[in-house]
Ligand binder design. Structure first.
Ligand code: DAH
Length: 346
């Protein structure tokens, strides 16, 4: 029996180190320690050993088991190490420089907004903000927009459920909440908070029930402007907007005011411009914003005396300006988050 055990040990020590994968390892292990394995067979033969020899034989078997287990464990450790290396791939050099990180950039709409805001800040306007959820009062009534105006139609605006309750919006019991349809709401909220002189611009999101197409999006952005003081005149409005257009679209750009109507300004205008440096759009009159002198009714709704103060206001779509500047012919590109589009403005 002793010779048989020594032979098994020698055999395992010689064969095990050559095993190079788990399947071969398990198959080989079974030939030694499995139910029909060689070591198992020797252990089974213990039954036939005379009683007085049993302690010595038992010791030999235990030693043999230990030796075999040790050789097999060493082989298994080698196989596991090889498997890990295969999973990790080749060794790397940690001293090499890292690959370039992917850099983000401002969204093209945000870029144009920032440019416009900075321009107005340089001439003394500060940024004002207000809620996107509004009440009919701030969105319409205070702006002198009558009850039967089409913008107030359920089909044109996003009204919110009556049960909704929002803090600090200041809703009267008989009016509805809606998502603001223009940034002109910020005129009202600002004039209620501060006394003239007031010189603000209000960039922000607006919402209308429009079916999306190349020039319409249900969610879009505007910049509102408001200047209220003693003796603000139409000349101030024209000079401010001329400066805006020439800064954004080039010094050779020209502007014109066309009579129009808005309930919150009197007189009201559409402002158009053209520029010789606009590629396909060069030398065409393009409409870019609504503007006018603040209507006395609006001053009355916020408690400012129209006999003492005058003011001008204007409002324009940021997407419209961005599309002209960036040569984009479909507003929907701005909202698709397609990196091939966005990267062109990075
Ligand atoms: N609120 C108007 C709109 O959404 C734009 C506008 C026109 C704003 C004239 C003004 C303004 O401040 O004076 O179409």
């Amino acid at each position: 029996m002793k010779e048989a055990l020594e032979k098994i040990i020698a055999e395992v020590r010689e064969h095990a180190p050559g095993l190079d994968n788990r399947a071969a390892f398990e198959a080989y292990k079974a030939t030694i320690q499995g139910p029909h394995g060689s070591l198992t067979a020797v252990m089974k033969s213990m039954g036939k050993v005379p009683k007085e020899d049993k302690p010595a034989m038992g010791k030999l078997i235990n030693e043999a088991k230990g030796a075999v287990t040790e050789a097999l464990s060493a082989a298994l450790a080698g196989i596991e190490a090889a498997e890990l290396t295969a999973k990790l791939g080749p060794a790397i050099d940690p001293t090499l420089p890292a690959s370039e990180p992917v850099r983000g950039s401002l969204h093209p709409i945000a870029q144009v907004r920032e440019e416009m805001v900075a321009l107005f800040q340089r001439i003394g306007f500060s940024v004002a903000e207000a809620t996107e959820v509004e009440t009919e009062h701030y969105c319409f009534d205070a702006l002198n927009i009558p009850q039967d105006h089409p913008a107030r139609d359920m089909q044109d605006s996003y009204y919110l459920p009556d049960e909704l309750h929002m803090e600090n919006v200041g809703k009267h019991a008989d009016e509805k909440y809606l998502l603001r349809t223009h940034t002109s709401t910020v005129q009202i909220r600002t004039m209620l908070e501060r006394k003239p002189p007031i010189r603000i611009i209000a960039p922000g999101r607006c919402f209308r029930r429009d079916t999306p197409d190349a020039t319409h999006s249900a969610n879009f952005h505007q910049i509102e402007g408001l200047y209220v003081d003693r003796e603000v005149t139409l000349t101030d409005l024209k000079a401010t907007l001329d400066h805006f257009v020439k800064t954004i679209f080039g010094a050779k750009a020209r502007t014109r005011l066309r009579p129009s109507f808005f309930p919150f300004t009197e007189p009201s205008f559409e402002m158009d411009f053209y520029s010789p440096d606009l590629g396909k759009l060069s030398n065409k009159w393009l409409e870019i914003m609504g503007c006018g002198m603040v209507d006395p009714e609006v001053f009355k709704s916020v408690g400012i005396d129209p006999e003492v103060y005058t003011g001008f206001a204007f409002g324009m779509g940021i997407e419209r300006i961005a599309m002209i500047l960036q040569g984009v012919d479909d507003i929907r590109y701005y909202y698709q988050n397609d990196l091939r589009f966005l990267k062109q403005f990075a």
